[in-house]
Design a protein around this ligand. Sequence first.
Ligand SMILES: [Zn+2]
Length: 57
Amino acid sequence: MPSCPRLGTNSTVCGYVYDPAVGDPEHGVPAGTPFEALPDDWHCPGCKRDKDKFNRA
Ligand SMILES: [Zn+2]
């Protein structure tokens, strides 16, 4: 599953992993949404990184 890369500062690691089965309901993404179908303005809920910065598993 796509995972958020390191933040790159202060050795902080976000660690967020997008799970399509869960989605991101707090940010308007319903469960069952594939990563590829996320809106372009979706950001990591942990660190606000852009979707295109995620590592694809
Ligand atoms: Zn993140």
